[in-house]
Design a protein around this ligand. Structure first.
Ligand code: UD1
Ligand code: CA
Length: 495
């Protein structure tokens, strides 16, 4: 026999009572992948067709799984959760192979190698049932194994008498069973007198009583931990995450404080890269070689090319960054932004749905949205693109070699042509031709020898004209607001 003569049945109908959350535990994420996907992916990698038993929140679990690319997966609903034995009985119609592998949906650390070992030892011994056991320090929650002359019996936690609770050999929760035996014996299971549940592991006792060969394989506990509580979810995620960290360390990635890193299953990191304390690398993030990711940065579904530095506390989502760029500290890049090679994005710069070419610079305090910025562009501090007029988004285009001084507001739609120069403090609302220089700010008026009380009174006078435009020419020799609308609220804010 081999994987091709095996069908798997994965049990996932339970109510997750010990989780004490409304959501089924099977949809909780472990390193960026839902718990139920872990065993399903292992089975898929071995080409084993799988029946998944759903019940509690079954429709939601099914919908989530249908969004994935999993193949060879069928669903059976267990209407009432009467126990693991009953759950397996519900799948009888799908038993189309000579051997049925039964496993629980809440054992995410199971590996492909162990499943292969289960199959090969089962085949080599021609066993009726082959199953995994493990030795643990604290067996709480697990079925305890009693072995007597090669015959096994599993006593569930709730059914244990006092001294059985101390048995530290446990039932791991994965079995390979001859279909012929399963067909005959699945109907022989009876409810536990203690809990009323129909227990699947009772099959092991029945096989022993019928003098059929049951083979137990002892495996490392850390590969078969079950997840019944949020504490167990936490332990399992720690183990999973440290597996990933060890994997990337072995490929030349330096982690500053490895125990503080969040790392998802689907990320990739190149050799020579440094990952600082508290960094989160999430989703399908790809980081090149010799990069530096500073402390507490969060990077999600982003691609960062070789030699780029992300300084601390930066948040980067759905963004592509070229090589040898410098980002942050405290930068936020998101929504399909693209950053060119050697470009510098400094502190408190937010960039949304925008692109910036090679060797450009925007180093401080800016909001850039829906913009297309060329190469060798220099953007001074406090640049704001106003791209949304309440109903429509507009584009700002800044061509190569443009220089924009500090504190500018760009009103989209707008194009600033190649090599143009924009003076500080401007509000730019009209296109600027290539090579032009532009300035758009109100003139500064200086009235010499004016004490502050007089100045304040004059400014307040000017503000009396609520909601009106004060024309500079009409108020010569007093404080003038060219083109400004003063309201009482504004006055309060200013003085
Ligand atoms: C089970 C085993 C126990 C073993 C442990 C390993 C039984 C009776 N006990 O206990 O011997 O040591 O796993 O982790 O099998 N489920 C259904 N339908 C049901 C009940 C449960 O589909 O009616 C599913 C659950 O969603 C879960 C799996 O079966 O994925 C196991 O159920 P759970 O309640 O977690 O069993 P344990 O108490 O952990
Ligand atoms: Ca369990």
């Amino acid at each position: 026999m081999n994987a091709h003569s095996t069908r798997a049945v994965v049990l996932a109908a339970g109510r997750s009572t010990r989780f004490r959350t409304k959501k089924t535990k099977l949809l909780f994420s472990i390193c960026g992948q839902t718990m139920i996907l872990y065993p399903l992916r292992v089975l898929e990698s071995l080409g084993i067709p799988t029946t998944l038993v759903l019940g509690y929140q079954g429709d939601t679990v099914k919908q989530e799984l249908q969004k994935t690319d999993l193949k060879d997966l069928s669903f059976v609903f267990q209407k009432e959760q009467l126990g693991t034995g009953h759950a397996v009985a519900c799948t009888q119609e799908t038993w189309d192979k000579d051997h049925i592998m039964i496993l629980y949906g809440d054992m995410p650390l199971l590996t492909k190698e162990l499943v292969q070992q289960l199959i090969s030892e089962h085949a080599a011994r021609n066993a009726t049932i082959t199953f995994f056991t493990s030795y643990v320090i604290d067996p709480t929650g697990y079925g305890r194994i009693i072995e007597n002359n090669g015959k096994f019996q599993i006593i569930e936690e709730k059914d244990c008498v006092a001294e059985q609770r101390y048995i530290n050999r446990i039932n791991a929760g994965i079995y390979l069973i001859k279909k012929s035996f399963l067909d005959e014996y699945i109907t022989k299971l009876t409810p536990s007198p203690v809990t009323g549940e129909i227990y699947l592991p009772e099959l092991i006792r029945l096989a022993g009583e019928a003098n059929l060969l049951v083979h137990a394989i002892s495996v490392p506990y850390d590969n078969v931990r079950g997840v019944n509580t949020l504490q167990e979810l936490w332990s399992v995620e720690q183990i999973k995450r440290s597996e990933f960290i060890k994997h990337w360390m072995s490929r030349g990635v330096r982690f500053e404080l490895a125990q503080s890193i969040h790392l998802d299953i689907d990320i990739e990191i190149g050799a020579g890269t440094f990952i600082g304390t508290g960094v989160h690398l999430l989703g399908k993030t790809r980081i090149g070689e010799d990069c530096f990711i500073g402390a507490f940065s969060i990077i999600e579904n982003a691609t960062i090319d070789n030699g780029t530095m992300i300084h601390s506390h930066s948040v980067i989502q759905q963004t592509h960054i070229g090589c040898h760029a410098s980002i942050g500290p405290f930068a936020r890049l998101r929504n399909n932004s693209r950053i060119g090679d050697g470009t510098e994005i400094g502190n408190f710069v937010e960039m949304k749905n925008s692109s910036i070419g090679n060797h450009s610079k925007t180093r401080h305090l800016s909001y850039i949205s829906n913009a297309e910025i060329g190469s060798n562009v220099k953007l001074g501090p406090s640049l704001i693109t106003c791209n949304f007029n309440g109903t429509q988004e507009h584009k700002t285009i800044i061509e190569d070699n443009v220089f924009i001084e500090g504190n500018n507001t760009l009103l989209a739609p707008l194009r600033i042509g190649k090599g143009a120069y924009v003076a500080a403090g401007s509000t730019i609302s009209h296109d600027v031709p290539a090579g032009a220089c532009t300035i758009a700010r109100s003139q500064q008026i200086i009235q010499p020898n004016t004490d502050q009380a007089t100045c304040k009174a004059m400014c307040c006078d000017a503000g009396q004209e609520d909601e009106t435009t004060i024309d500079a020419n009409a108020k010569k020799d007093t404080v003038q607001f060219t083109g400004a609308t003063k309201t009482k609220d504004l006055q309060k804010a200013e003085f």
